[in-house]
Design a protein around this ligand. Sequence first.
Ligand code: COA
Length: 234
Amino acid sequence: MTDILILGAGGHGRVVLDIIHHARTYNPVGFLDNNAALHGRRIDGLPVLGGMNDLEKLKTTGIRAAIIAVGDNGVRRALGDQLESHDFEIVSAIHPSAQLARNTTIGKGVVIAAGALVCAHCQIGDYAILNTGCIIDHESMIGMATHICPGVRLAGHVTVESGAHIGIGATVIQNVRIGFESIVGAGAVVTQDVDPMTTVVGVPARPIKNAPSVSEFTDLIAPDGRDPMYVSTR
Ligand SMILES: CC(C)(COP(=O)(O)OP(=O)(O)OC[C@H]1O[C@@H](n2cnc3c(N)ncnc32)[C@H](O)[C@@H]1OP(=O)(O)O)[C@@H](O)C(=O)NCCC(=O)NCCS
């Protein structure tokens, strides 16, 4: 099995480690996290080997692959660029209990959590997260660096543009397009297209603001919240 690093030792990092253990496709050798307080500690048994500055050093030990386990969409994308510039292979993690239609197309650096269900002819872009128990129905397109949160239900032919966050338990009806870097609030029911960089909430979903802050998601995965690794590129 190929040795891999997990970038991000927060809550999402723990989820990704668990997926990798279940999938048995890669051998996780350690986390990297720019939060120096975590360096040298073990998270769920796996050591935190250092931060992003240690990539080159670790490469000399023969590690050439990594997965990005950071919840913030912009940061995931930026870390992907960084990994590529260091010539690292970017791998995906798919929980064995997830069910994917045979004709699903999946990009690099994708995380698909336990119980996710992807129906026929869907495309999943690079660095997307399909979180626990979400349902992506037929012919939906999930853009680059998006986060489809736990329990989300997307009907058929939904498009989620890059950087969008579909909040926990939200529902999106068929043929709807969610604009880039938009946020759909927890539990919303989206019945019409959402403009780019717009936050919508409620049933039916209505906009509350533009150019939303993603800091709350950042805090979920980076308790100190101050580290540049976790600052949104938005
Ligand atoms: C939508 C969301 C991003 C808004 O966060 P915010 O920009 O900080 O907005 P605020 O908390 O200031 O709320 C603004 C208004 O929207 C309302 N609101 C916020 N989230 C809402 C939701 N999910 N459903 C309905 N109303 C909501 C608030 O009550 C508030 O209403 P008011 O102005 O009448 O008081 C956030 O509430 C949310 O739902 N996040 C999703 C979290 C998630 O998916 N977690 C899973 C991670 S794996």
